[in-house]
Design a protein. Sequence first.
Length: 374
Amino acid sequence: MGLRLWTSPDAAPDANRPGGQMMADQLEAFEAANAGVTVEVRVKKPSGIGGLLDFLRTATVAAPAALPDVIALSRDDLATAVGEGLLRPMGSLIDADSLSDMYPMAMAAAQVGDELYGVPFSADATVLAYNTEIRDAPPVTWTDVLSPTGTFVFPAGDPLGLVTLHQYLALGGGLTDEAGHLALDAGVLAQVLDFYHTAAVAGVVPPPITDYADSAATWIAYREHRATLAATPASLFLRERERAGPTAATVLPTRDGTPLALGSAWSYALVTSDPARQAQAAALLLWLTAPDNLAEWTLAAGVLPPRASALDAWNDPAAAAFGRRVMSVAVLRPDAASLAVFGPAIRQAVTDSILGRATPQAAAERAAAAVAGQ
């Protein structure tokens, strides 16, 4: 039997990419362990036009014989695919107890309603990288960040507003009103904006901060020693920490030290409806996400494992301790539709507060009104 797997470049059996050779070896081992089964891999863009979900939609209508048996999808695309009837639930094929050590954030990414539609294989979250020569302990609170030593960069220009949402949620801010509509609490958001304003006035947050549109850009600033603290993807830290000098990472500091990480996860999902192919496809995705295999691949690829047993099997104790710290407090970030509403309002509020165009309270009230008006 020939199984078809569609995946993204980051999880492809490509020796030129981090973890690619490990993925190739694991697929070869699966074929060796399952006589008569081969795995054909097709690599497609992660998202958007020409991406995994786009091709899945197209093939379902135009070329159903070419559909994959298993597909790798982000949380947002998985939920969309389920809503369009493109994926099969896994409840009858996978024993839930076999996934009992999956972290809650990862499992939330693989479920739609009460049904399991994926098996998580990769996770990420925004974290804080810090220079260990300047700070001998990880910053935990806003007070720690406001220390006169060093500078802090975060993506103030992020169109999704993720770092600010992280701080807002850590303060107990909600994302909906009593009627279930998207909403922001202006009083809570104002506290976050006041922190940013205070940091900017103190010189802890440098003037170009509003130019940083994502946390990949802040990592570059950190790696080039233009900052001593930086909000950055965990994956970038894991892949490039050896190039950044004396560096460690932890969860982002919050006002009172409440640990929280806004995360995301990718899962393998089932497309085929043929019972025989489903059984083999389930065997493939369980093989790839088995603790030892997942440990080897995630460490080589520089991503966070979605299950605790895989982190326990990492042979890098410092990286494993970091991973446990993040994944144990990770929560799934809001969906794309919600971020499209929150993001622009938050970005404007952050910019206005940092540049002194409005007080933190006024900027927060405008952001709350903008979200309520959607």
